[in-house]
Write a protein that binds this ligand. Structure first.
Ligand code: SF4
Length: 108
């Protein structure tokens, strides 16, 4: 009799743990999916509304696949920005004038 109660209790406990595990996995999947969508870079551009590009070439040095600075910074066309996401973000962060902008949430 005691063994039956123990087994029932153990099964109930395992079932609850299994349900909690499934809920956690669903939440992890949801967060992972959202993060990937948020990191999709839709566009990159030079924004001189507050400061002007000083043509230092820093962005081109960091990510030449996306940026070129013949005179002022230009964003190369027909580039899959998501392949160079880290470079774009680093260039934008290191730009001394803060003129590199990108849209990574599809808000455009
Ligand atoms: S890092 Fe900034 S200031 Fe320098 S060339 Fe690029 S956009 Fe212009």
């Amino acid at each position: 009799m005691i063994k039956k109660v123990d087994i029932k209790h153990i099964i109930e406990h395992l079932y609850k743990q299994f349900v909690l595990l499934i809920i956690d996995l669903i939440e992890i999947y949801r967060l992972t999916t959202l993060k990937q969508e948020d990191m999709t870079i839709k566009s990159v551009w030079l924004d001189e509304s507050e400061e002007e590009c000083i043509c230092c070439g820093g962005c081109e040095a960091i990510c030449p696949e996306v940026f070129q600075v013949p005179v002022k910074m230009q964003v190369k066309r027909d580039v899959d920005y998501n392949l160079y996401e880290e470079g774009i973000k680093e260039a934008a962060q290191d730009c001394p004038t803060g003129t590199i902008k990108y849209d990574c949430s599809g808000k455009s």
